[in-house]
Write a protein that binds this ligand. Structure first.
Ligand code: GLP
Length: 240
């Protein structure tokens, strides 16, 4: 485990974007595992800027996203499909055919989970980008009695729905379920990069990376990953 300590959100975003662009420059056909939430937005903005300057080219990259809300159509402004297009895909030259996001509106969600796991197995993720939930979740793998394995349907915890309600009109509008890559799936990535910023993440950072490895703190499993980098700012590291 490698921890890169930075001053603030802006430096975190630049450091993460540097790692992602180095991956793409070294291996133009990289498979990038991508994340949503406010934490990676700055990194996406930086990558867009470098793309526009001609410093990085995404034309051969394939992407797989971590998760999606169940029941939100791709054009819903809080769906992760919409988020990814607005915050990244629409501004770079990623081939739309090479974008993979779980379908939260599939008629048979069990079949969709199997399909997505097949996609993940077939591709193999080179670099997985992650945010960190306030309760230690990664993707939408919530605290529970066991670590999840493959893509599955998740019942979101009250804490996660509460944290994410800022993006919706009210708590009632936040979906109660989501489809997420499993923890085992995430651990299969060759490299994992997490971004964490702000005091709200400090408890989870301390518990996940300086406490016991337990499914009650899903991110703690990353202590076992052979190439895991946490880029965190001073506030997120303030309890260490
Ligand atoms: C959501 C996403 C996670 C993300 C988390 C933290 O629950 N499913 O992938 O890491 O929010 O979001 P933020 O970065 O906005 O704090």
């Amino acid at each position: 485990m490698r921890i890169i300590r930075v001053k603030d959100y802006q430096q975190m975003s630049r450091a993460a974007a540097n790692i992602i662009s180095a991956q793409v420059i070294l291996e133009p056909k990289s498979v990038l595992g991508l994340a949503t939430g406010s934490s990676p937005i700055g990194a996406y903005q930086q990558l867009i800027e470098w793309y526009k300057k001609g410093d990085v080219d995404f034309s051969q990259v394939t992407t797989v996203n971590l998760d999606e809300y169940v029941g939100l159509t791709p054009d819903h402004d809080q769906s992760y499909h919409y988020f990814m297009h607005r915050n990244f895909f629409d501004s770079v030259n990623i081939d739309p055919q090479r974008i993979n996001i779980p379908d939260g509106c599939a008629p048979d969600m069990a079949a969709e989970c199997l399909r997505y796991d097949g996609v993940l197995r077939g591709l193999g993720v080179d670099l997985q980008l992650l945010g960190l939930g306030n309760n230690g979740h990664i993707g939408f793998n919530e605290p529970g009695p066991v670590f999840s394995k493959g893509t599955h349907i998740v019942t979101l915890t009250d804490s996660t729905r509460e944290a994410n309600k800022r993006f919706f009109a009210s708590l009632e509008d936040v979906p109660k379920t989501a489809v997420s890559m499993g923890t085992f799936d995430i651990m299969q990535a060759k490299r994992v990069l997490m971004v964490a910023s702000g005091k709200a993440k400090a408890e989870a950072v301390k518990a996940a990376f300086f406490g016991p490895i337990t499914p009650q703190m899903p991110a703690s499993i990353l202590q076992f990953h052979r190439d895991f980098t946490l880029v965190a700012d001073e506030d997120a590291l303030s309890l260490l």
